[in-house]
Design a protein around this ligand. Structure first.
Ligand SMILES: [Zn+2]
Length: 413
């Protein structure tokens, strides 16, 4: 660039995943306007210090409406159905204010851990009505300065066996529901459940993101019906399944066949390590299976995958800090990822989930919104290995947080 250009903000000396050398990033009007070494320009400058910048983490699967419930019930839930029942009993008393307060706590943690985009699954049924959805809409509006929140409405406790649920789902889809989910294993007629969800998706032209599996028995599954419906509706690239724990129980040749089927149908897979590890294999007395589908292997076979948070501090998962970098590090460790695969593990919480959500303006590239987070490391590989601090974050060019590095005070003399 020969002439001096005016930018609102310039990151100097920043390392991106696609540049071999540090670059400068110029921001104007909330968007990335230029990326090049040594930009000749004017404007407020931030020294990137040779550190890694990302466009933020993308969480495709979290449940803000039922987060932070520890302390309200016992936590000795040994199975998925017990966790569903425990939350079902509590959610009758949820108010919009209560859901908002718990969701805000998790969103704020996610923001300071560098998440800039998020799909939250919202339970819709006659017990909770639209209270969860109302709270999520308010959170979406109130935190738009820091994160893009996208509600995916879904029936956690069944659809065909739960009168009134479909009408409520339609009301939510008319009023801002951006995707539809489902939970076939919670329905007395799983195939009819899947079909109905696809009917509604087509009717409202929204993507589908289903909860699937939650056991380790690969002798039966609903995956084929999901692929079949995806092809029938021409929904290639618009469907995801979460958990898919049965895939973790397949020997290599069957896993290859299953991944070819998913890739062919254009069905993506979201792996939820914290929940899958917590709830799977609990009946084993020793040598417990991990119950975690190895997503980066599926990616090698052409399946679009993401790793996401799922539940935070509730009967499904009594852990959580909403950090996707920590989740990717956790995933890499459990999945026996080699060092040469660490970059692929970082992809699972950045570029790939952005593709899964069909976000076409994600990434450190000219023209995209200036969503930028700075990590205290110098490469994608080291981000997974070292679990560095996320030092600062920007949304559409405006700074949203800063984390100060710790200071050591050695004794004098
Ligand atoms: Zn979930």
């Amino acid at each position: 660039m020969s002439a001096r250009t005016a930018f609102d903000l310039i990151f100097r000396n920043a390392v991106t995943r696609s540049s071999a050398r540090p670059v400068d990033i110029g921001i104007a009007g909330g968007r990335i306007a230029a990326i090049a070494p040594h930009l000749a320009c004017e404007g407020t400058e931030i020294d990137g210090g040779g550190k890694l910048v990302l466009a933020g983490f993308v969480d495709t699967h979290i449940h803000l409406d039922k987060a932070c419930l520890l302390g309200r019930c016992g936590h000795d839930h040994g199975s998925v159905s017990e966790a569903i029942s425990a939350v079902a009993a509590m959610k009758r008393d949820f108010t919009v204010e209560d859901i908002y307060a718990r969701g805000a706590k998790v969103i704020e943690r996610a923001i300071v851990h560098g998440t800039t985009r998020m799909r939250t699954h919202v339970e819709i049924d006659p017990r909770i009505g639209l209270r969860g959805f109302e709270a999520i809409k308010a959170l979406k509006r109130d935190y738009a300065w820091a994160i893009d929140l996208s509600p995916c409405v879904f029936p956690q406790e069944g659809l065909t066996n739960d009168p009134g649920t479909e009408e409520l789902l339609i009301a939510a889809l008319r009023d801002g529901g951006e995707a539809i989910g489902g939970c076939p294993y919670a329905d007395t007629d799983p195939n009819a459940h899947i079909q109905k969800i696809f009917d509604l998706a087509q009717q409202f032209d929204v993507d589908v993101d289903l909860h699937l599996d939650f056991d380790l028995d690969p002798s039966w599954w609903h995956m084929e019906e999901v692929c079949r419906q995806t092809e029938r509706r021409n929904y290639h690239g618009r469907v995801a399944i979460g958990h898919a724990t049965k895939l973790s129980a397949l020997p290599p040749e069957r896993l290859r066949a299953a991944s070819e089927r998913l890739a062919q149908a254009g069905v993506a897979v979201t792996v939820l390590p914290a929940t899958d590890l917590y709830l799977m294999g609990r009946d084993a007395t020793h040598n417990s299976p991990r119950g975690l589908t190895v997503a980066h292997r599926l990616v090698e076979n052409g399946v679009l995958c993401s790793v996401a948070t799922n539940n935070v501090l509730n009967p499904f998962t009594p852990f959580g800090d909403a950090s996707l970098l920590r989740m990717a590090n956790f995933y890499a460790n459990i999945a026996h990822a080699g060092v040469s695969e660490f970059d692929a593990c970082l992809d699972l919480v950045t570029d790939l989930p952005a593709r899964l959500m069909n976000l076409r303006d994600y990434g450190i590239a000219v023209g995209n919104p200036a969503d930028i987070v700075v990590l205290d490391t110098d490469s994608g590989r080291n981000a997974i290995a070292e679990l560095p601090e996320v030092l600062m974050g920007f949304k559409r060019g405006r700074q949203v947080f800063e984390r100060r590095q710790p200071t050591l005070f050695p004794p004098r003399g």
